[in-house]
Design a protein around this ligand. Structure first.
Ligand code: HAM
Length: 347
């Protein structure tokens, strides 16, 4: 997190939106409304991480939370909402992984068992995995060290340790996803970066992203409300990174919008007339650029070509020439009729 001293105050930039939404639920007495209460947000967040492709220190998230019910149908509905959003955006190569973390007690007991298992097999494990046994034993599942991978195939899994209620809850979530034909993979070692999760966790990844393959994810946080001072209240939700959604979306053009007209001028005295023509074309709803770099006419034409302009208007002493960059046709026209020619594709 980013924590800054501002005068007497210490300020921390928010890293995520779930805890703030839970605080809003408490402060506004939303337990009095019909449960679950469904809330959403679209905002910027800050994390002190090493930037790389798809990982920024300031980024945007869209998120949705449903607070006040532990019904597995809320889990399934929440997952489906994000699946449909990613689908509507045309995000490519998307896969859904789901898992269940059970209760904190189950997790504590499991963690101790996993640590004992790892210590027993320490000689076969990668040194960095051994070094992390105390702090983060679950990371052993992500190791690409061949010896470690062999050992981890036999390692105890949290999913097999769930109590009856949690196991049934997870089975119902899967059944509801099956009913609507939502594809998913059960990932017994799905770990999420935040501490508050209980029961269902999920993540959408995309093959169109690099190492930071998570597009969006979330899960249940049935203990969070108590942690921040409220009555025990179940909740579930997700957040999706807006930059990552855009990076994976096929609908986003690689280049900018098409340029309808580039206005070039042969003499400096014609700058105002050129400026005015570009402004008129923009006011009429078309994309126009005018020469802004004081280039020679030849340089301007090169620039128009590079910008992918559909038409170029060249203002000169002899009048205005309009060139169709697709066909190469060129014609002297009245400056006031340029827009007319462009819209009718007439030259
Ligand atoms: P998260 O997995 O930490 O979950 O973040 C959700 C999404 O935010 C990620 O999948 C990713 O797309 C985007 N994201 C995270 N960090 C960065 C970054 N440094 N640069 C760009 N994008 C990033 C949460 O934040 C939970 N609050 C989600 C949740 C809601 N769980 C329950 N309710």
């Amino acid at each position: 997190m980013y924590t800054l001293d501002v005068g007497e105050e210490s300020i921390t930039l928010r890293p995520e939106g779930t805890a703030p939404v839970c605080r809003a639920y408490l402060e506004h007495g939303m337990h009095k409304r019909a449960q679950p209460v469904k809330l959403w947000y679209f905002s910027s967040f800050f994390r002190r991480e090493r930037p790389q492709k798809g990982r920024f220190r300031q980024f945007w998230q869209i998120g949705a939370e449903a607070i006040g019910s532990d019904d597995p149908a809320v889990d399934a509905e929440s997952i489906l909402l994000l699946a449909e959003l990613l689908e509507a955006l045309g995000c490519r190569g998307v896969r859904l992984k789901i898992g269940s973390l059970g209760t904190p007690e189950t997790r504590r007991a499991y963690r101790a068992d996993l640590q004992a298992f790892l210590r027993e097999h320490a000689p076969e494990l990668a040194p960095e995995v051994v070094a992390r046994i105390d702090l983060n034993p679950l990371r052993a599942f992500d190791s690409d060290h061949p010896g470690t991978q062999v050992v981890m195939e036999q390692a105890p899994r949290l999913l097999d340790r769930l109590n009856d209620e949690d196991r049934e809850h997870f089975a119902t979530v899967r059944e509801l996803l099956d009913v609507v034909g939502q594809a998913y993979e059960v990932d017994a070692t799905l770990v999420r970066g935040l501490d508050y999760y209980t029961r269902t966790v999920f993540e959408f990844t995309s093959s169109a992203l690099g190492a930071q393959s998570g597009v969006g994810g979330g899960g249940r946080y049935d203990g969070l409300m108590e942690q921040i001072g409220g009555a025990p209240t179940p909740g579930i939700g997700w957040a999706s990174g807006v930059e990552r959604m855009l990076l994976t979306a096929s609908a986003v053009p690689a280049a900018g919008p098409p340029l309808d007209l580039f206005v070039a001028y042969a003499e400096p005295e014609l700058r105002a007339a050129a400026f005015r023509l570009a402004a008129d074309v923009r006011r009429a709803g078309r994309a126009a650029r005018v020469e802004l770099g004081g280039r020679s006419l030849k340089g301007q034409l090169k620039q128009a070509d590079r910008a992918g302009a559909r038409y170029v208007a060249i203002l000169g002493d002899e009048g205005t020439s309009l060139r169709d960059m697709e066909t190469g046709a060129q014609q002297v026209v009245e400056t006031g009729t340029v827009m007319h020619h462009i819209t009718r594709s007439e030259l």
